[in-house]
Design a protein around this ligand. Structure first.
Ligand SMILES: C[S@@+](CC[C@H](N)C(=O)[O-])C[C@H]1O[C@@H](n2cnc3c(N)ncnc32)[C@H](O)[C@@H]1O
Length: 222
């Protein structure tokens, strides 16, 4: 993966925080449970998994969301493989990914496999999963993506600090790269994000958030 690297500082309990965006990569309290609640439950996964299922994400970060999906795929015992494409402008150094993912001992074997396999081209292929991390600003790279996702993980930093990851034009591109009846989920319930998803053609639902967050957003193409 090429491009500008992520610059990090570490806060209590080994949570990486982006210096550029002044925002943590995952929940300070329980990153894994939040990822499951927001991105898996928010997209009705693992219930919708089937061979060839396609997930896409805005913001690869540490790879935690990919690993959480991969662990859920394995636990569900689905034959075949799923595909995960993530759009990331500031890829993390391998050593930073390793340090961040050390906070999740349950994921250690998968995290080790990911860090070993992820090539400079952003690709990793496993028996039951393929990963492609597309480097560059998602506003530039997503329009040219030739794939479509059945489920989207919208995981930019907070909309107040990283508004470029939540704009109406980008949400329209997300919709254009979603299969009929496909879904999207995000931890934020910010009004302008919900309106952008609606304008893009999604039906949008405010759902209970994780932990102290009252609301999150679920969206589906009709
Ligand atoms: C909250 S973090 C993602 C956490 C990640 N999903 C994980 O599992 O660790 C947000 C990510 O969005 C990336 N990002 C911010 N602006 C971006 C942009 N314009 N295009 C692509 N990625 C961007 C950041 O570099 C960061 O990795």
């Amino acid at each position: 993966m090429q491009g500008q690297r992520a610059e990090l500082e570490w806060r209590g309990g080994g949570v990486p925080v982006s210096v550029r965006f002044d925002d943590p990569y995952f929940s300070l309290e329980n990153g894994l449970a939040e990822t499951r609640h927001v991105f898996l439950d928010g997209n009705d996964l693992p219930a919708r998994f089937r061979d060839g299922f396609s997930i896409a994400e805005l913001g690869f970060g540490t790879g935690l969301n990919f690993l959480t999906a991969w662990a859920a795929w394995r636990a569900a015992g689905i034959a075949g493989a799923f595909h995960f494409t993530s759009f990331e402008a500031f890829p993390m150094a391998r050593t930073d990914m390793e340090a961040a993912l050390a906070a999740f001992p349950d994921l250690a074997p998968l995290a080790g496999a990911l860090v070993d396999a992820l090539g400079a081209d952003g690709r990793a292929v496993f028996a039951d999963a393929t990963l492609h991390v597309v480097t560059g600003d998602a506003r530039d790279t997503l329009p040219g993506w030739d794939g479509k996702a059945e489920a989207w993980f919208l995981d930019g930093f907070s909309p107040a600090k990283n508004p470029e990851m939540w704009g109406a034009d980008l949400m329209a591109d997300v919709a254009r790269h979603t299969t009929p009846h496909g879904t999207a989920a995000t931890y934020t319930a910010a009004g302008f994000v919900r309106r952008g998803l609606e304008a893009a053609g999604f039906s949008v639902l405010r759902a209970p958030g994780f932990g102290r967050k009252r609301h999150m957003t679920r969206a589906a193409l009709t």
